[in-house]
Design a protein around this ligand. Structure first.
Ligand code: NAP
Length: 281
């Protein structure tokens, strides 16, 4: 078995550390390496990978959408999302999956002890990550996902893609956010606001005051580990979760696809989290 992560940029990716730790915990001596693949180079990469014994790979930007027409098969959830982050070679065929959304739902369970079923959720953003998470929350039984995005057309487009019709578009402005938050038991940030290197920050955090007591705030960002959004939510006594458990859980689900068998998800997530802590120390 030979595994890779492809993307541009790809050097920053934590996937080799996470997957390496899980493979080691399973006693598997399989390489998982980074490979720089630029936009437009996917057809050549697929050929190279097949010739060089690559049996599976993860994809990060800018390839998640571009891969779809090049694969032999795509899992229905990934097709609905229009994005693939995990590709496996099975019986000579490249098959695509998306573990981002399911990784987020797993993280909510393990990190906040929260099941989305029946909840009303405010979700900020309508980019690639927002799409995967919003559709996964809907599939997991959320009563309503209120998608608030700076560019309204993108929120409308995302909501129209939900086969269950549980997503609705809303404005990203202060009052609108507060009105959505007041109805929600969970708020999920899928924008770049607060991410290291992003020059912008939330203009104000008044919408957090509208969340009911005991609500959760889940920020997909993991760098920094504690964003200003999470710090402000903690100050208000809300329950918080950063993006690290999602990053780890989507990797566990990807490894299940690569190995084509279920794993002890808790043990795998612990091995990965411990390797990431070791890297930071
Ligand atoms: P993306 O496709 O570029 O989407 C970015 C989103 O942020 C869009 O909705 C965009 O709104 C919004 N945004 C950007 N700047 C804004 C501003 N100044 N004010 C208001 N909204 C703004 O990015 P992505 O791939 O979805 O990633 C989004 C975040 O999720 C990143 O921080 C990324 O690190 C994180 N992420 C985490 C994980 C994990 O495993 N934890 C996985 C994937 C992504 P417009 O539509 O108006 O431009």
């Amino acid at each position: 078995m030979k595994l890779q992560i492809i993307g541009d940029p790809v050097l920053h990716s934590k996937s080799p550390v996470i997957q390496g730790a899980m493979l080691a915990a399973l006693g598997l001596d399989a390489p998982y390496t980074r490979r720089l693949v630029r936009r437009g180079e996917l057809p050549r990469y697929l050929e190279w990978a097949r010739e060089n014994g690559v049996t599976g790979f993860n994809a990060t930007m800018p390839h998640k959408e571009d891969l779809i027409p090049l694969l032999d098969g795509v899992d229905p959830a990934a097709r609905t999302m229009g994005a693939v982050n995990t590709v496996c070679l099975r019986e000579g065929k490249w098959l695509g999956f998306n573990t981002d959304g399911a990784g987020a739902v797993e993280a909510l369970g393990s990190g906040l002890n929260l099941d989305p079923a029946g909840l009303t959720i405010t979700l900020l953003g309508a980019g690639g990550a927002a799409k995967a998470v919003a559709l996964a929350l809907s599939a997991a039984g959320a009563e309503r996902v209120l998608v608030c995005n700076r560019t309204p057309a993108r929120a409308e487009e995302l909501c129209a893609q939900d086969p269950l019709g549980r997503l609705s578009p809303h404005p990203f402005g202060g009052d609108a956010l507060s009105r959505c938050a007041a109805r929600s038991q969970l708020l999920v940030n899928c924008t770049n606001l607060g991410m290291a290197g992003c020059p912008h920050q939330f203009e104000d955090f008044a919408f957090l005051d509208a969340l009911p007591a005991g609500a959760g705030v889940f920020d997909l960002i993991y760098h920094p580990a504690r964003t200003e959004l999470l710090a402000q939510a903690e100050r208000r006594g809300l329950r918080t979760l950063n993006g690290l458990p999602m990053l780890v859980n989507q990797a566990v689900l990807a490894l299940e696809r690569f190995l084509d068998r279920p794993l002890d998800r808790k043990a795998m997530a612990e091995a990965a989290a411990s390797a990431l802590r070791g890297e930071e120390a």
